[in-house]
Design a protein around this ligand. Structure first.
Ligand code: NAP
Length: 345
């Protein structure tokens, strides 16, 4: 059996010497190397920015969505959307574990896991697409995937339905980072607070900011705003277009008596919301860009252009304990669990 690198560089075809994530093509042959884990895949949870783009390209047609997804994997050996660069994650059952992993993993053949590394670096083979659940970005397939030695995962919990766990784990980095960043008394703005990651962030921000803090939900559509309002997830609700930076700034200014946010968290799935996030934040405040539609250039040059001294954090999808923190929210909050069951499971 061939020996593999912990990060999976042995699978990179183009360009040679790169890591699998930035590579344009990786080897998706399912004969495992000695340190790899083979997964029998059940469901792909496509990243929201990526799936939104694919749906648009397909004009909403399911057969075209399937074609585009298969095309991506055929070309790249992984499900990395060439437009957004992003992936998603998967659930499946462990089929084979390389001998070099003995003593390095607790996993056993037959365990059901969710991978917590992006599909944008995961070797994947799609044999058949069984069902596309367009509204929740989930796609059931027949196929296989490889988890590298360095790949993180969560064994699926018994007390939370699989599809629900999958959708929450997909965005686990956001509420966990929120838990780390928000301090008691903070004013927190969640842009895109009505979405899947946004609502988890609202919950965690409210918990951490406490009674002396203020949590503001900025959302877009009427229906989603109503849902979040009735779940009582924030202190203040603002309906605005996050791509309209001046509108966002004015509305946040009004809601905070001109003080603006200590922390702004961006959870939208559309482009051009960098400036709204920056202008919503006070000088010396912090902006956490979880959105994959964020442009580093627009954020960096934009902040400079308006003379805003804010710290900007790139939305690392991983932070320690992220799976536990996000699943715990569903155990703590009956309301959110019901809402997520209705919307995403
Ligand atoms: P989602 O459920 O689709 O939520 C997107 C939110 O953005 C919704 O609340 C939506 O509001 C709002 N929105 C869209 N256009 C808007 C506008 N013009 N103004 C204000 N709000 C607007 O998405 P998600 O699954 O939470 O993911 C959010 C982002 O995180 C995506 O970009 C995704 O790619 C990214 N992501 C990042 C990581 C990471 O590791 N950093 C991991 C997973 C996902 P309406 O519903 O009212 O339109």
């Amino acid at each position: 059996m061939k020996k593999g690198c912990a990060f999976g560089t042995h699978r990179v075809i183009e360009p040679k010497g790169k890591l699998p994530q930035p590579a344009t093509k990786i080897d998706n042959n399912m004969d495992i190397y000695d340190n790899e884990i083979l997964i029998n895949v059940q469901t792909l949870n496509i990243d929201s920015a990526s799936f939104t783009q694919i749906k648009e390209q397909a004009g909403g047609d399911v057969e075209k969505i399937k074609e585009i997804m298969k095309g991506i994997v055929a070309e790249r050996g992984k499900h990395q959307n060439p437009v957004t660069g992003s992936g998603g994650m998967l659930i499946g059952t462990i089929e084979k574990i390389g001998p070099a992993m003995e003593g390095k993993t607790d996993l056993k053949v037959g365990d059901k896991i969710a991978t917590l590394v992006s599909l944008s670096l995961t070797p994947l083979r799609i044999d058949e697409i069984l069902e596309v659940r367009k509204d929740i970005d989930q796609v059931d397939i027949k196929g296989k995937a490889i988890l590298f030695e360095s790949g993180i995962y969560a064994v699926l919990p018994n007390d939370i339905p699989e599809n629900l766990a999958l959708s929450v784990l997909d965005v686990a980095g956001a509420p966990a980072q929120t838990a780390k960043l928000v301090k008691p008394g903070d004013t927190v703005v969640i842009i895109g607070g009505t979405g899947k990651s946004g609502m988890l962030c609202l919950y965690e921000a409210k918990k951490r900011a406490g009674v002396t803090g203020k949590v503001i939900c900025l959302g877009h559509s009427e229906d989603a705003m109503k849902r979040v309002r009735s779940a009582n997830l924030a202190d203040i609700y603002i309906q605005a277009d996050a791509t309209n930076a001046v509108e966002v700034m004015e509305k946040i200014s009004e809601a905070t008596n001109g003080e603006m946010a200590d922390i702004t968290i961006n959870n939208v799935n559309v482009s051009n919301t960098e400036m709204g996030s920056i202008l919503a934040t006070k000088d010396d405040g912090l902006v956490y860009f979880f959105s994959m539609a964020t442009s580093f250039t627009k954020a960096a040059l934009g902040a400079e252009g308006v003379g805003k001294d804010v710290t900007m954090i790139v939305g690392n999808g991983y932070t320690k304990g992220h799976a536990e923190i996000s699943l715990q929210i569903l155990r703590e909050s009956e309301t959110l669990r019901k809402l997520y069951e209705e919307l995403y499971a």
